[in-house]
Design a protein around this ligand. Sequence first.
Ligand SMILES: C[S@@+](CC[C@H](N)C(=O)[O-])C[C@H]1O[C@@H](n2cnc3c(N)ncnc32)[C@H](O)[C@@H]1O
Length: 230
Amino acid sequence: MKNTRRFYIRDFEIELLIDSKVYKPSFTSMLIARNIPDLDGLDVLDIGTGSGILSIIASRLNARRIIATDISVRALNNAYENFKINNVWNVELRLGSVFEPVEDEEFDIIISNPPMTPSHQPLPRYTWGGLDGRWVLDEIIRGAPKHLKNGGRLIIPTISLVGIEKTYRLLRDIGFKIRVLDYGYHPFSRRLMNLKKYIDRLDCADYFYDNHGRPCWRVVLYEATMLKHH
Ligand SMILES: C[S@@+](CC[C@H](N)C(=O)[O-])C[C@H]1O[C@@H](n2cnc3c(N)ncnc32)[C@H](O)[C@@H]1O
């Protein structure tokens, strides 16, 4: 079943075709969308584009050229439809995992909302982040320096279920200059409630209860700048 939904983000009105088998823009997608900087004339890579939402925002923010990737063919088809609906013509779609589809290419900005759900087994819509939820996230952070121009920036969130400080330390150890762009929190979804016992056993997972008694994860959005030549 497919239907469309309208999103209002910053000054932009975006219409998306919703595919039940593709990740729907979420709380974290919106947090990123609200914080993408002006991209006037910049080359952008969007890893794990899903519905294409972040690439559409990047295009509205005047990016020169955008490469949007995903490991899901279904997601790439959905993003393609969404670029058409929103009259976005400067995005190129590529299939593959993390940096596979971009070989030696360099970008001014890399954006990603990686799958970060920790679980002992794969989950629907490619939302599985591996046993500790960090597999894709860490691959992106470790691979980013090779694919960023001098002064290029990686914009990436981390949820508290996979260790917010762990991301900070990894970025710092690789040599990024780090800034927090935004943060927030959100109650567990039904899927996370079902995984709560597993999550409780993870060393780096952290969450709190809000005043309705609901468990909530936190999210921090990092901007990490790579200075290659001093
Ligand atoms: C959390 S969703 C984000 C989708 C969209 N960017 C957004 O913010 O709404 C993660 C996306 O990454 C894709 N994905 C999962 N593993 C991947 C990998 N190894 N390489 C590239 N994309 C991946 C999924 O298919 C999914 O579309």
